[in-house]
Design a protein around this ligand. Structure first.
Ligand SMILES: C[S@@+](CC[C@H](N)C(=O)[O-])C[C@H]1O[C@@H](n2cnc3c(N)ncnc32)[C@H](O)[C@@H]1O
Length: 261
């Protein structure tokens, strides 16, 4: 996943920009990026504010992600930034150590989102800001859900994988409750939807990038070549309403939450 994941980065960069704006970073601040994956949004932040004396630590539970992120920081000589392997649910930092805590597309994947977000709040200083991006409900991410839905209908029930965690915090009110239970006061956070538009030149490129790695690949690979080909045809038909000026265009819904401790 660490290698394949980078193909998605251009698609999700707009939400990194929005997250960084909301984080309102200023000179000398210390920032923690939780579930930093292959390095974003930390790398963007380091390029932009590295000379303003900020320091960034990115943490991720997966070693391969951390290795890749550190390689990128090294290649660009981004010395204000380091990545460590660490689970969100057990942050090895002091209380109130950071001015800002950020996370893009990590929280909904945590084994224990409440513990993870409580930890993120614990290490944030009083008056500091936490900004997180998560995905909305799964069916509101049509670029993925379209294939997933056809795929599940093609699989025998006993072979179907669990519904991915990706949309687990996306339903109305779920994130609000989580933030309150983690200790943020009701009038200290704001939640708003954010649309990420994915564009593909043609069906083949959409199919290739969506199925060559990631959560669709494994269930798809478990099917025979014949069933896979049939499924691909079905998906191709379903993409027809998404064509705009010769491109396939999906409007995927994410959620941004900005919280003050
Ligand atoms: C979709 S990626 C997002 C990576 C990066 N923040 C980005 O936006 O490019 C999600 C990341 O969350 C990490 N992750 C999932 N559960 C975690 C946990 N409990 N603690 C730390 N990292 C976790 C995964 O290893 C993965 O790298």
């Amino acid at each position: 996943m660490a290698e394949a994941f980078d193909r998605w980065l251009p698609y999700i960069q707009p939400i990194a920009e929005a997250l960084i704006d909301l984080a309102d970073i200023s000179k000398g601040q210390s920032i923690l990026d939780v579930a930093s994956g292959t390095g974003e949004p930390s790398l963007t932040l380091a390029r932009r504010y590295g000379k303003k004396g900020i320091s960034i630590i990115g943490v991720d539970g997966a070693e391969a992600m951390v290795v890749r992120a550190n390689q990128k920081a090294e290649v660009e000589a981004l010395t204000c930034l380091e990545f460590r392997q660490m689970k969100a649910e057990a942050l090895d930092f002091e209380n109130a150590q950071f001015d800002r805590v950020i996370s893009r597309f990590g929280v909904m994947l945590f084994d224990d989102p409440l513990l993870g977000v409580s930890e993120m709040r614990r290490v944030l200083r009083h008056g500091g800001k936490m900004v997180i991006a998560i995905w909305s409900e799964f069916y509101k991410i049509p670029s993925l859900y379209l294939i997933w839905d056809v795929l599940m209908k093609a699989m025998p029930e006993d072979k179907q994988p669990f519904t991915p965690r990706i949309g687990g915090l996306g339903a109305e009110g779920v994130l609000d409750t989580l933030l309150e239970e983690a200790g943020f006061e009701e009038d200290h956070f704001e939640i708003k939807p954010f649309i990420l538009t994915y564009r593909y030149d043609d069906f083949e490129s959409y199919w290739e990038i969506s199925t060559s790695a990631g959560m669709l690949k494994e269930p798809l690979d478990s099917l025979s070549a014949e069933v896979q080909a049939d499924l691909k045809k079905k998906v191709e038909k379903l993409t027809l309403p998404y064509f705009e000026n010769g491109e396939i265009v999906f409007h995927n819904e994410a959620i941004l939450a900005s919280c003050v401790k």
